[in-house]
Design a binder for this molecule. Structure first.
Ligand code: PBG
Ligand code: ZN
Length: 325
C-alpha cells in the first residue's frame, strides 16, 4: 500500500493510538541495578564520574537495596572492593569478603530481591587483571579454578545468579561444574558472553578500583571490530551451560544484541555500561540534553534491539518513571 491510501501518521495521532500500536515496552522488571560494595563500615563514597552512585559498605547496602526495591527494581548485581589485593586475588573467595556479606545483608533487608554477583578477578588482584599473570600474560587455565572458587563462595553466601565477566575461555563450563558438584545446580549463570575491550568502562574502573596496573585487556576481551566472533563466543557459553547470555557494552553494540537474539533465541542481557551512563549524566548536567528523556530512549533502544534484560546504572531512576507511566 502506498501514499495516499496508506498514511502512517494516522496511527500517531494520539497518545492512546500510539500506545496501542507500540512494538516495544520497557518494564521495571527488565532492569538490574549494579551496586558497589566496599570493605569497612559506615562508608558511602560518591563515585565522581557516576553521579548518583556510591561505594557502600556492607552495613549500608541493605538500605540502598531496599530503596531500589521500593523504586521498583527487583534485581541487583554486586561488585566487591576488598580490603586486601594480591597477585592471585585470594580475597575473591573469602566468605567474609564484601560480596558474600552484602548478599546476606540484602537478603535480610529485602528477601525477595534477586541478588546476582559479578564473578571476576580484577577487583581482587593487585595488578588489576581479570586473571592470574604468568610472565605478564593473563594465564587462562590457572584462572579458571580461581573463578570457580569465587563463584562457589558467592553461591554459598546465597547468590541467586552468577555472572562471570572475566572472558577466560572455558570459564562457564568450569563454574557450572563446580556449582553442580557442590549442590548448586539450581543457580543460573548469566555469562558476559560477548564482552568487548571497551573504552566505555572508564568510570567503572574508578568505581571498582580495577584499572590494570600495566597493559590492557585486549588479550581476553573482544575486539570491537568483530561480530561473527561474538556469535562463536555466545555459542561456546551456551554449550558450556550459560542460561542467559550478555552483550556488553550495549549502545555501541546494538547490532550484536540483535544478532544474538536472532541467531540463538536465548534470554539476552545487555550491559548499559558506566561510560554510557556518565555521558548522559554529563551532557544533562550541562543542560545540553534532556537527561530523563535520553535515558528512557536509550533503554528502549536496547530492548528494541533484542535485549530481554538490561543492566543499567539508570535502573532506579528509570523504574520510578516506569511506575508512574
Ligand atoms: C570486571 C567488569 C568490568 C565491568 C563489569 N565487570 C570492567 C572491565 O572489564 O574492565 C564494566 C562495567 C561498566 O563499565 O559499567 N571484569
Ligand atoms: Zn575483570
Amino acid at each position: 500500500m502506498n501514499f495516499p491510501q496508506y498514511r502512517p501518521r494516522r496511527l500517531r495521532k494520539s497518545a492512546i493510538i500510539r500506545k496501542m500500536v507500540r512494538e516495544t515496552e520497557l518494564s521495571a522488571s527488565d532492569l538490574i541495578l549494579p551496586l558497589f560494595v566496599i570493605h569497612g563500615s559506615a562508608v558511602r563514597n560518591p563515585i565522581t564520574s557516576m553521579p548518583g552512585h556510591y561505594q557502600y559498605s556492607v552495613d549500608l547496602i541493605g538500605k540502598e537495596a531496599k530503596e531500589a526495591w521500593e523504586a521498583g527494581v527487583s534485581a541487583v548485581i554486586l561488585f566487591g572492593i576488598p580490603a586486601e589485593k594480591d597477585e592471585i586475588g585470594k580475597s575473591a573467595f573469602d566468605s567474609e569478603g564484601p560480596v558474600p556479606l552484602a548478599i546476606k545483608a540484602i537478603k535480610e533487608s529485602i528477601p525477595e530481591m534477586l541478588v546476582i554477583t559479578d564473578v571476576c578477578m580484577c577487583e581482587y588482584t593487585s595488578h588489576g587483571h581479570c586473571g592470574v599473570l604468568h610472565n605478564g600474560y593473563v594465564d587462562n587455565d590457572s584462572t579458571l579454578e580461581l573463578l570457580g572458587r569465587e563463584a562457589l563462595t558467592h553461591a554459598e553466601a546465597g547468590a541467586d545468579m552468577i555472572a562471570p565477566s572475566d572472558m577466560m575461555d572455558g570459564r562457564v563450563g568450569m563454574i557450572r561444574k563446580i556449582l553442580d558438584r557442590n549442590g548448586y545446580s539450581e543457580v543460573p549463570i548469566m555469562s558476559y558472553a560477548a564482552k568487548y575491550s571497551s573504552a566505555y568502562y572508564g568510570p567503572f574502573r574508578d568505581a571498582a578500583g580495577s584499572t590494570p596496573e600495566s597493559g590492557d585487556r585486549k588479550s581476553y576481551q573482544m575486539d570491537p571490530a568483530n561480530s561473527n566472533e561474538a556469535m562463536r563466543e555466545v555459542a561456546l557459553d551456551i554449550g558450556e551451560g550459560a542460561d542467559i547470555v550478555m552483550v556488553k557494552p550495549a549502545l555501541p553494540y546494538l547490532d550484536i544484541i540483535r544478532r544474538v537474539k536472532d541467531e540463538f533465541d536465548y534470554p539476552v542481557a545487555a550491559y548499559n555500561v558506566s561510560g554510557e551512563y556518565s555521558m548522559v549524566k554529563a551532557a544533562a548536567e550541562k543542560g545540553w540534553i534532556d537527561g530523563e528523556a535520553v535515558m528512557m530512549e536509550t533503554l528502549l533502544s536496547i530492548k528494541r534491539a533484542g535485549a530481554d534484560i538490561i543492566i543499567t546504572y539508570f535502573a532506579k531512576e528509570a523504574a520510578k518513571l516506569l511506575k508512574g507511566s
